[in-house]
Design a protein around this ligand. Sequence first.
Ligand SMILES: NC(=O)c1ccc[n+]([C@@H]2O[C@H](COP(=O)([O-])OP(=O)(O)OC[C@H]3O[C@@H](n4cnc5c(N)ncnc54)[C@H](O)[C@@H]3O)[C@@H](O)[C@H]2O)c1
Length: 261
Amino acid sequence: MSSSSNGPAGRLAGKTAVITGTASGQGRAAAVLFAREGARVVGCDINPEGAAETVEMVTRAGGEMVSLHPCDLTDPGQAAAVVQLAISTFGGFEVLYNNAGMARMAAIGEMTWKDFSFTIDHEVNLIFHLVSAAWSHLIGRGGASIINTGSVSGSRVYKVLPGLAHSAAKGAVLSMTRQMAMEGGPHNLRANTLSPGLVEVPATSEAMKAAWFREPMLAKLMLPRWGQPEDVAAAAVFLASDESSWITGIDLKVDGGTTAW
Ligand SMILES: NC(=O)c1ccc[n+]([C@@H]2O[C@H](COP(=O)([O-])OP(=O)(O)OC[C@H]3O[C@@H](n4cnc5c(N)ncnc54)[C@H](O)[C@@H]3O)[C@@H](O)[C@H]2O)c1
């Protein structure tokens, strides 16, 4: 996949990427595409079956991937273990793609503090843990890229999505990433967010079947189809690669035009 007699090929050749949430959806698509583009991949997920399946998919296709699973990234020790796995297996890494996330939805007044905190834990705090564990390593690489998954919900509100906690979390991801870009800049460490619109994954596919959800969500799109995990993975490859070497602090929206009007 990535090797030729002239050395590794691909847009991510020579790079090692830590990707979180590789059991499913966008994380799985990214693991497959990053490996196809020549990266060595370190995955992790709280869901061990899905994570193991992704490793199998990548290796069967000729890519290089290891994974830590089950791994709950809301635990700082387990986040640090992912960083250690990347260093012990591949000698280090220069891409950290914080993709994993899980949100609880409920209307204001019905959302419990427990569900609000759960969402902040699973969408914000896990990024803090990984970035804290990886920071000194990444600033010493001479060039590195952090990609954090935001969301359209970080800057817009959907009428049919009761996303109080999710909006708070993704807004935080967007702003904390700008801080990473500022402090990382002198070390050539770039940090950007990728903000998907509605993407078809197991967690969203049920809701997409319901007319009350589907119709208004489709109406928000300029390109009239659901996003696919591969749409986001392609943008992640760009932000991980040297093609984006003068891009930092941005929010790259992959949303079918949702936020353009
Ligand atoms: N699907 C969408 O419509 C959409 C839209 C905007 C943003 N996003 C964001 O995209 C990212 C990827 O989600 P997806 O759409 O691929 O959904 P997904 O549910 O298919 O994948 C998310 C993965 O993260 C893992 N995960 C969650 N919490 C974890 C933890 N504490 N430790 C380890 N692993 C954990 C899950 O097990 C799962 O495999 C998330 O950050 C999500 O908020 C999704």
